[in-house]
Design a protein around this ligand. Sequence first.
Ligand SMILES: [Fe+2]
Ligand SMILES: [Fe+2]
Length: 275
Amino acid sequence: MTPEEAVARIPRLEALPESYQRLQTIAERPHSTAEEVAAALSEDQGLASRCLRLANSPLYAFPSRIDTVARAVAVVGTRQICQLALAGSVIEAFKDLGVDGLRRMWRHGIACALTARQLSLGLREASSERLFVAGLLHDVGEAVLAAATGLASPVGDGEERIASERNRWGCDHAQVGACLLARWNLPDSLVDAVGRHHQAPCSCHAVDCAVVSAAEGIATALALDGNHLGPALPVMAECWSLAGVRIEALPALAEEVERQFEEVALALGMERGDG
Ligand SMILES: [Fe+2]
Ligand SMILES: [Fe+2]
């Protein structure tokens, strides 16, 4: 099966939720105001409250509580709030697909998202929210494959897992994830970062690719998703250097990610639990 065939097997994933599409259309208008963006986001109460919870989470640590969507858009920023809405919308899109292990996958994604975001803070020209979303979605193809085939992904990490998936299905979760995001017309930087998270970065979006690969390695070692602590995925030296990973800074980075993890997971509806 090709990645396109895997994605096409799940008609529900044809498009992103309409509320997100409306929000994005308004946010992309050249002169849209924060009020208009807030009004569009407020049309979907579930999505609005997820964004509000994220704005009040340790991701931002604003000094006072943000009570309204309008205030969240004003202080977080239009482009940034749209990225948070994208994160919430994708989680929503997968909610009722009946995929086993979905919570574990999202919690691993959240650990990777927080790590990618921390790494982005040390890089020029890197948007924290964009890399947060890329980290969150990097393994989304696993859920697509599980829903498309009714089978769990083969166990193992990195190249071993990719090889088993290709053997079994003819395509792997990184390709399928990239295919889904491209179908949703999401930016190429996101498509590439997801599609290449088990291989060397591409030249067009090298930093995004490297940050996600490095973040996945670190997040896997932290085992915040409840898996047993395993060895970090072998992350290519090129990724570590492009992502600005400094070995001596890793303990502080890990501590920060661990500190933020449960509250951000709760904000995204992925607190500890079954499934
Ligand atoms: Fe992963
Ligand atoms: Fe992966």
